[in-house]
Write a protein that binds this ligand. Sequence first.
Ligand SMILES: Cc1ncc(COP(=O)(O)O)c(C=O)c1O
Length: 379
Amino acid sequence: MRFETLAVHAGHDVDPSTGAVTPAIHPSTTFERDEDGSYTRGYVYARVGNPNRRALEECLVSLEGGASCAVFASGSAATMAVFQSLSPGDHVVAPKDVYHGTAQILTNILAHWGLETTFVDMTDLTQVEQAIRLNTRLIWIETPSNPLLKITDIETVADIAHRSGAACVCDNTWATPALQRPLELGADMVVHATTKYLGGHSDVTSGAVVAKNDDNLFQRIRLIQVTAGAIPSAFDCWLVLRGIRTLPYRMRAHSENATAVAAFLNRDPASVEAVYYPGLRGHPGHAIAARQMSLFGGMVSVQIYGGRDAAMKVAAKVRLFTRATSLGGTDSLIEHRASVENYGVEPGQETGTPENLLRLSIGLEHPDDLIQDLVQALE
Ligand SMILES: Cc1ncc(COP(=O)(O)O)c(C=O)c1O
């Protein structure tokens, strides 16, 4: 079946007992045992599994082309479970321009627990090769990256990982399986903040790990999910599954709108210092993105001449965009990324995101209205 059909049908059937087309929500925390003590209906206790969670996991397995999936209470909980499946003393290679929360997990939480990380510019394959050590167990990819939209060559980096006996995990949050399928390009696992495009309406926090093989590494992630219990509620799973039904169409519209906005910003040399969008021909990752993505996604970053104050002024003047963090919903958002990333961070641990950078999550409004809003904000 084609992707659009899977998005509508994977993980849900008409309810045989009621005929309901839309799945019911199962808040029950516990499930009845059979007279002989078995659980033939497949559920025991909600932390271990419930029908809404199973439906979402089945759907994500189909969309990413994997073998197994474990969903979590946030994208960060999913990320954490992947790293916790490693052992103290293991080494990870991760991109310098990784989502700042992922960098925090590695440096401020798991480094204390004995996990070692080398951050590299993942667009430079020599740096990736040189970072590999005997104890390297995992290469983490995030493409397009947050917030600089750097593009990593998934196929090549997965190959480097496998040649050194490491696993390759790709955070596919920004592209989604509608635009990019890392498991088909050689990655072993995909991670999602389903909070973003998969949920699609800025109303649910959740995450997922999808594995190509139900191997030992994935079994450890499953153990962390059901035992440590950072799970999404039944309603959260229902919301994400509902969002996924329209994912292919939303991603096309996000990409089309972002292409128009990026092209507009690129034509404004008076106020715009740089535009980051992989769909622009001048973007250094354009050729790789064109090969491994079907469209270029809904995220655009822009650097404004005049430093932090000028960028803050643009963010202050928008009327249609909302000043807020996050991404992937119907409403366009604008944020001064450095101040969000460095909020409450110890001096010296700032992320290095340029102070004049604004990150735009391009929503589903008409692109001309978005451009008009930016015209008046940039004046
Ligand atoms: C690429 C990426 N990965 C992971 C996350 C973390 O997701 P969550 O906020 O659901 O923990 C985010 C959040 O913005 C993200 O952009």
